[in-house]
Design a protein around this ligand. Structure first.
Ligand code: HEM
Length: 447
């Protein structure tokens, strides 16, 4: 057996390293890379001893490693989202479930969701104040929540209202609990976990109603929402997804897709206001009906401000040789998205916000990794790209976003995603309506 060889790292006790990671998440990682290089080992609460990688070759190898050798790290997400969630499933079960979930998020389907997203954006923009600063993140959260509830859950009318009201409470609490270990004893229904299970029961009841309604719907096979597609899809052995798995998967799609997309959009506002030349060029392009520069800008926002810091895997075999290292069974391996995106060897002048770096060249999907990679890569990546494209297009068409010379907004962790500290603050003026040639949002973007 090859002997274990881990990258070097700090020797401070776990609690101290945990506190350091909590207080200085971004800077701390950069300091560790400066001291130890592009792979180091940390020891932090929840994950324990973890290898952090930012070496492109080693990350590519990890993403290409089969599920049998290295699997997802699943701290609490499975408990929060249910055993049928893609995040909780491993091996064949994961492969089987993912096969049913990929088609609804690709190709022709996405065009059908564009109208919903534009409607939700217009509805939200109608309430934007003019000529005074306000945080755009709450608006972006409502747009992405409503977009998923309609496009993915197929919810309308009273069901949509109930979910709109119920889900933000449950998701906010769940997002905080994702980093908290499940207590060994039941602390009752008023404890945070107790309250979470209460919300989950309410959620399940609403979803049961939606599923029952969809089953009675004579036009089910003409519907485009993901719930309708899941109900009609079949595994290779001809069986259908169970109602419980559908509920777990809907919640997974919402949790994975709502805050991540909203925080990226809030970062887009934050970046654009600080780069007036980029903003001007985007507005010109919107008025002319194009979208190539907008695609490149979204790609650059995701490079410069990846809302998820790390994706993790866990070694499942006795030892796994990965580049320079030999990792033992059970070893947690984290891919640092932020460090990779910050590497001058991969992205020249990484601290400059420059969409043109992606204008004529699509990014290498093993180096530009805001959506992770390999068998676990985000299933909603194309949906998110299309959604961000439509929201930005609508916003720039209807509003003038005023530039600012204020300092960059700082990173603020919201549990699942990192948001701009002031919520992507904007100052806007409504534009006189220009007639824009109608072009569909490109769904290819970087994907
Ligand atoms: C800008 C928006 C988004 C970002 C930055 C993002 C990022 C990510 C990341 C980093 C992962 C983990 C990948 C890995 O472990 O390699 C992931 C997984 C996932 N995402 Fe996204 N995501 C976004 C939007 C969405 C949307 C809109 C949906 C669906 C509606 C979605 C559904 C999922 C699902 C289901 C997984 C689990 C995949 C699996 O385990 O097989 N995401 N996402």
């Amino acid at each position: 057996m090859t002997s274990v060889k881990l990258p070097p790292g700090p020797s401070a006790p776990r609690a101290v390293q945990g506190l350091y990671a909590l207080l200085k998440p971004q800077r701390g990682m950069r300091e560790l890379r400066a001291r130890y290089g592009d792979a180091f080992t940390v020891n932090v609460p929840i994950f324990g001893r973890a290898v952090v990688l930012s070496h492109p070759g080693e990350i590519k190898q990890l993403f290409q490693t089969s599920n049998e050798l290295a699997e997802n790290i699943e701290p609490n997400l499975g408990r929060l989202l249910g055993p049928g969630s893609l995040f909780a499933l491993t091996g064949d079960e994961h492969r089987k479930q993912r096969k049913l979930l990929v088609p609804p998020f690709h190709g022709r389907r996405l065009g059908a969701y564009e109208r919903i997203i534009e409607e939700e954006t217009l509805r939200e923009l109608a309430s934007w104040p003019q000529q005074r600063p306000f945080a755009t993140l709450p608006s972006m959260m409502r747009i992405t929540l409503n977009a998923i509830l309609r496009a993915v859950f197929g919810a309308e009318g009273a069901d949509l209202e109930r979910l709109r009201e119920q889900l933000p409470r449950m998701v906010t609490l769940g997002s905080r609990l994702a980093a908290v270990p499940l207590p060994r004893v039941d602390l009752g229904r008023w404890s945070p976990w107790g309250r979470f299970w209460g919300y989950r029961r309410e959620f399940d009841a609403i979803i049961d109603g939606l599923i029952a309604k969809a089953r009675r719907d004579d036009g089910l096979d003409e519907r485009d929402d993901v719930l309708a597609l899941m109900l009609q899809s079949r595994y290779d052995d001809g069986t259908a997804m169970s109602d419980r798995d559908i509920a777990d998967e809907l919640l997974t799609l919402l949790v994975a897709g709502h805050e991540t997309t909203a925080t990226t959009l809030a970062w887009a506002v934050e970046r654009l206001r600080r780069h007036p030349a980029v903003l001007r060029r985007l507005v010109e392009e919107v008025d002319e009906g194009g979208s190539a520069y907008r695609d490149a800008t979204i790609t650059e926002v995701q490079r410069a401000r990846p809302v998820i810091d790390l994706v993790g895997r866990q070694v499942r075999v006795e030892t796994l040789e990965l580049g320079r290292w030999v990792l033992p069974k059970g070893q947690s391996v984290m891919v640092s998205i932020a460090l990779m995106h910050d590497d001058p060897a991969l992205f020249g002048r990484p601290h400059e916000f420059d969409p043109s770096r992606f204008l004529d060249a699509k990014p290498d999907l093993y180096q530009w990794i805001p959506f992770g990679g390999g068998t676990r890569r985000c299933v909603g990546a194309a949906f998110a790209a299309m959604e961000m494209n439509v929201v930005l297009r609508t916003m720039l068409r209807d509003f003038t976003l005023l530039p600012t010379t204020e300092r960059d907004e700082r990173w603020h962790s919201r549990g699942v995603a990192n948001a701009p500290g002031k919520g992507g603050q904007a100052v806007v003026r409504r534009r006189a309506r220009v007639t824009t040639p109608s072009t569909p949002a490109t769904t290819s973007g970087a994907l």
